[in-house]
Design a protein around this ligand. Structure first.
Ligand SMILES: *Cc1c(COP(=O)(O)O)cnc(C)c1O
Length: 410
């Protein structure tokens, strides 16, 4: 069959329409909710009015903190919108340096470097730091940005290998590392990479176990702690602090400024001076794209300062999480146990999870339902995310809504 120019020009349109239709038919079509004011414990949603927000990663309530907002405004006043340049030409302001020093201090590592998002930061790591003969080993539930970074590294540099171990399974990791020992093609460095906190389960990586396995095989450990930073450990340093580990026990961190640390956007890589230096010199997601906006560099730096000065925010978050878990269970829902601020309520069926989250929204409680293919079939869930911005009354509104939902369902 020959393809005429005319029919070829129609190919994309038809394909796009079909895909969009099948998403709608399958109940997977995403409708964007419009927020009409700042992120906080409660928010204004277009068409829904004021609702309790339980689906943001604003874990410490810093997104609308007056000092964080003020710093962003001062940043744009002082530096203007930006430099219209990439970092290495004429795109680095003093506020970038200050923020990067603060991130390194906060995590207790030698150096840090920022990118426009954690996605971008993570995409810089493996394609830049790996060379042929290296092996990257990943937890099967790692974030999509880690998966894509590995794909890029193996596509860009032939001879970089990758492998996966089953979620949180140190024996499976050791089996992969044993295999690598016997593999004549693995002549270089070995990189083990994990999320600190896994976003759909709310569980955490066994960092001491991973560190021990890495040491045994001479591997480097990379932790993306986007959901752990500001949340885990007595002072919110992250999942390593939860285990009593030092920042220097992790070879490289990646993290986001778009969750607990101000909530705007931005990400970083943190670790050894030489690793960061190599990224500054060679990473394509900094050589060919602009810096973090000044507003964000300034507001995120203040967010980290607020966190360092007010560790009680982390304790308030922890108290809220304990209160929420107890309250959800008391209503009769099954909430996955974990030490994080993510409380998944397993409901099974995808359509049911979506219907439940719609009903909750009608009752003024904003919680998102996740189903297949984001999570395995049959494990659809409502993902409740707790913040230090919440007061007991907000969580009580969640329990009331869940109680009514339960009554509706019976
Ligand atoms: C949220 C998240 C990201 C993405 O962060 P951005 O800064 O928004 O790109 C990356 N990794 C993990 C593990 C995350 O949870």
């Amino acid at each position: 069959m020959t393809v005429t120019s005319q029919s070829r020009s129609e190919i994309f349109n038809r394909r796009a329409d079909e895909t969009l239709r099948s998403l709608r038919d399958g109940g997977q079509y995403k409708r964007l909710q419009m927020i009409e004011g700042p992120m906080d414990a409660t928010i204004r949603l277009r068409d829904h009015g004021e609702v309790v927000c339980l689906c943001s990663n604003n874990y410490l309530g810093l997104a609308n903190h007056p000092d964080v907002v003020r710093s962003g405004i001062e940043g744009i006043r002082r530096y203007g919108g930006g430099t219209a340049s990439v970092r290495f030409i004429c795109g680095t302001f003093e506020c970038h340096e200050v923020l990067e020093n603060t991130i390194a201090e906060f995590l207790g590592v030698e150096a840090a470097y920022t990118f426009v998002s954690c996605w971008t930061a993570t995409e810089a790591v493996f394609p830049t730091l790996c060379e042929p003969g290296d092996l990257i080993v990943s937890d099967e539930l790692n974030h999509a940005c880690i998966i894509d970074s590995m794909r890029l590294a193996t596509a860009m540099k032939r001879g970089v290998k990758k492998n996966v171990f089953s979620h949180g399974n140190l024996d499976a990791l050791r089996a992969v590392l044993d295999q690598a020992r016997a593999d004549p093609e693995v002549t270089g460095a070995i990189w083990v990479v994990t999320d600190g906190v896994f976003s759909m389960e709310g569980d955490i990586a066994d960092l001491p176990g991973l560190r021990a396995a890495c040491d045994e095989y001479g591997a480097l450990l990379v932790v993306d702690d986007s959901h752990g930073t500001g949340v885990m450990g007595p002072t919110g340093r992250g999942t390593h602090e939860h285990y009593g580990m030092a920042g220097a026990d992790i070879d490289f961190f990646t993290g986001t400024l778009g969750k607990a640390l101000g909530g705007a956007a931005g990400g970083y890589v943190a670790g050894s001076k030489r690793g960061i230096e190599l990224l500054v010199q060679r990473a394509r997601p900094t050589l060919f794209t602009n810096a973090l906006p000044t507003t964000v560099a300034c507001s995120a730096e203040t967010a980290i300062r607020v966190l360092m000065n007010e560790p009680q925010r982390v304790q308030k978050l922890r108290d809220n999480v304990a209160y929420a878990r107890k309250g959800i269970a008391a209503v009769g829902f099954e909430v996955l146990e974990s030490p994080t601020a993510i409380c998944p309520i397993i409901v099974g069926d995808t359509a049911r999870a979506i219907a439940m989250s719609n009903r909750l929204l009608e009752m003024g409680v904003f919680v998102i339902g996740f189903g297949y293919p984001v999570v395995p079939e049959g494990t659809a869930r409502l993902r409740v995310q707790i913040s230090a911005a919440h007061e007991r009354e907000h969580l009580d509104r969640l329990f009331d809504a869940l109680r009514r939902l339960k009554a509706d369902m019976n």
